[in-house]
Design a protein around this ligand. Structure first.
Ligand code: BGC
Length: 421
């Protein structure tokens, strides 16, 4: 398996510019690396820091963030630091391939299996999630929350004004009928902010799942369905049709600016993981009043997991502080403070549901009943090289709208990842 991230001089430069929060009392420090910089993300991260400060006061927290949704800008910076022997104490990672293939295989992480035992996490975190972070019997990260990737968000008032009713699920036909209606009323139906291409890849990922279903999803990743299967082509065509309804300034916007376009009624829908919820919450908008949501068309029976974990660096400069940080991340209190702001749900099954509003309760119910599938766009389902190839193929597709080229690129990428493993 190859790592494609370039170790550029720019990456080193960015790595030197981390802002510092808090005060150094007694010289204790902790460096936390993440890409949580949007309004909702930063607020949620701050709630984690506050929980940590309660547990371990007087530690100076070095908040090492690198802006860019989905971590596409942060990961190259992190790679440069890890390869250069200058790791942060802990960094944000998705479980699955990203954690195990990029960081554990390269020997950058210390196992934290003993913390799972001492904190009793093995009893309250679903085994399926722990398995995604475990290799040869050792577990390498603690999750703070689980996002649902396949959510279609909408501006309630805009839809009401245009006589559009969204039920508890939508089909692609229903979505396109609504989009046509909105378009003829002069409203941009779909907000996309793909200045980071991953956001458009995510629209494709959600549409692919809505077309092949959760069984098809599993088949694609275990090699039982080919990437040029007619259903994948059909998904590409449906995705292409959706792009016909997107905002013309999509490539100039970030994902959260696209969410803002929905909040402000400039666009009606956006298909985005439920970190979008964090933006609505930060703007003090109300669940089911100002904004609504439904699973992305065709995906109501499935839940794309996009989970956020933190690691313990091998050779962490502040190991004790980092262990305390990880214990905070896995605690009930921290998860109940962080997730309402972030949009994700706690990984702990003993979290108090009454502390969460309508959106989170919807997501928790779906997590318990829908089929859980990993995300490619967020590094869980496939090696980094395949994730990158998908982003490249989507960059091309946005321009040429050629479903054959897209599926051929994916066939080729799947072949290359197999031989590279
Ligand atoms: C992360 C989320 C984050 C989103 C947008 C995803 O990869 O898992 O925590 O909010 O990217 O930046």
């Amino acid at each position: 398996m190859k790592l494609r991230f370039p170790l550029t001089a720019l990456a080193f430069l960015l790595a030197a510019q981390f802002p510092v929060t808090g005060f150094a009392a007694g010289g204790k420090k902790l460096e936390v690396f993440s890409w949580w910089t949007s309004g909702g993300e930063a607020a949620a991260l701050d709630a984690l820091f506050q929980a940590y400060r309660k547990a371990d006061p007087g530690v100076e927290i070095i908040n090492a963030t690198v802006a860019g949704g989905g971590g596409s800008a942060a990961r190259p910076v992190l790679q440069a630091r890890l390869a250069g022997g200058n790791p942060p104490d802990t960094w944000q990672s998705h479980p699955g391939w990203e954690l195990l293939g990029q960081y554990v295989a390269a020997n950058y992480c210390e196992p934290i299996t003993d913390i799972y035992q001492s904190e009793g996490w093995d009893k309250v975190v679903p085994k399926g999630l722990i398995d995604l972070m475990t290799k040869d019997g050792q577990t390498y990260a603690v999750l703070v929350g689980v996002h649902r990737g396949n959510v279609l968000w909408y501006n309630k008032k805009v839809l009401q004004k245009n006589g559009i009713n969204v039920g508890d699920k939508v089909t692609f036909d229903e979505f396109f009928a609504a989009a046509e209606k909105l378009k003829s009323a002069g409203v941009t139906p779909l907000a996309v902010g793909d200045s980071g291409i991953w956001a458009s890849s995510q629209l494709f990922e959600n549409t692919l799942l809505g077309t092949v279903g959760p069984q098809g999803w599993t088949a694609l990743f275990n090699g039982k369905m080919a990437w040029d299967d007619p259903k994948v082509k059909q998904a590409a065509e449906t995705y292409g049709k959706m792009l016909g309804y997107q905002n013309s300034d999509h490539s100039a916007l970030t994902w959260d600016q696209a969410v803002k376009a929905v909040m402000e009624g400039r666009c009606a829908f956006t298909s985005m993981g439920d970190w979008a919820y964090g933006e609505f919450a930060k703007a003090k908008l109300k669940d089911n009043e100002d904004f609504g949501w439904v699973a992305h068309p065709g995906t109501d029976a499935a839940f794309i997991i996009v989970a956020d974990g933190f690691t313990l660096a091998k050779g962490a400069p502040h190991r004790d502080e980092c262990v305390a940080w990880l214990k905070t991340c896995g605690s009930k209190d921290a998860q109940e403070a962080f997730n309402p702001l972030k949009g994700s749900i706690p990984t702990r099954t003993d979290a108090d549901k009454s502390k969460f509003g309508p959106y989170h309760n919807w997501s928790m119910t779906a997590f318990g009943s829908a089929q859980l599938v990993p995300s490619v766009v967020h590094g869980e389902a496939a090696p980094a090289a395949f994730q990158q190839a998908l982003n490249d193929a989507i960059t091309t597709f946005v321009v040429d709208k050629n479903a054959n080229n897209l599926t051929q690129a994916l066939v080729q990428a799947a072949k290359e990842s197999e031989t590279a493993q």
